[in-house]
Design a protein around this ligand. Structure first.
Ligand SMILES: CC(C)(COP(=O)(O)OP(=O)(O)OC[C@H]1O[C@@H](n2cnc3c(N)ncnc32)[C@H](O)[C@@H]1OP(=O)(O)O)[C@@H](O)C(=O)NCCC(=O)NCCS
Length: 165
């Protein structure tokens, strides 16, 4: 069973996250440019757990932590937030884990303050774009050459999902 649970700062969770967030395929997908040191990773956890403006969950396949999903930049006045997901464990990809995790996550968030969820996705990230469409997101705007990856400009797309949809 796929479920989500609030991020904890156990050594196991921090070690998993450190490896995944610095892996080239995840960095490429989530548009992250810089490799973090272990100290920066620990500091990120300290801030993330205290921070009430962002929500961070672990994606669990039974008792195995396989990825992370977050809502960042939450604006309670507008009721908006930016979702970010990665399945860090490569063996867990392509098996519907992302889909089930997003469904669970949206259920949890949409019951609260966040009514409109958006994602920023690289135009060439066809798996993520397909997954977001399947979860009810629509492509709102393409930003040309908005991000530099491996020294080359790439287009990114803002996709949006409204609770009313
Ligand atoms: C994007 C990501 C979260 C998807 O998670 P996942 O668990 O593999 O996704 P799922 O298995 O639930 O769904 C993948 C879907 O993409 C489809 N897919 C796979 N390869 C594809 C391709 N080349 N073109 C289009 N669709 C593709 C699958 O068939 C599946 O769709 P279906 O259920 O309709 O058959 C995961 O690949 C990941 O973590 N990637 C690295 C980080 C990243 O890119 N995060 C997103 C940032 S915007």
């Amino acid at each position: 069973m796929i479920r989500i649970q609030l991020l904890d700062s156990s050594m196991k969770t921090m070690t998993n996250t450190y490896g995944w967030a610095n892996a080239p395929d995840v960095m490429k997908g989530i548009l992250k440019e810089k490799i973090n040191t272990w100290e920066e990773n620990v500091e990120w956890f300290r801030a993330a757990i205290e921070d009430s403006d962002n929500l961070h969950y672990m994606i669990m396949d039974e008792d195995f932590h396989v990825g992370n999903i977050s809502m960042r930049n939450i604006d309670v006045v507008r009721g908006t937030g930016e979702m970010m997901i990665y399945i860090g464990n490569e063996l867990s990809r392509g098996r519907g884990v992302g889909y089930k995790a997003i469904k669970e996550f949206l259920k949890a968030c949409l019951c609260g303050f966040v009514k409109t969820v958006y994602v920023t996705v690289a135009e060439d990230n066809v798996v993520a774009r397909h997954l977001y469409h399947k979860c009810g997101f629509v492509e709102e705007k393409t930003f040309k050459d908005a991000f530099i990856r491996d020294g080359k400009p790439i287009n990114v797309i803002k996709m949006v999902r409204n609770n009313e949809d």
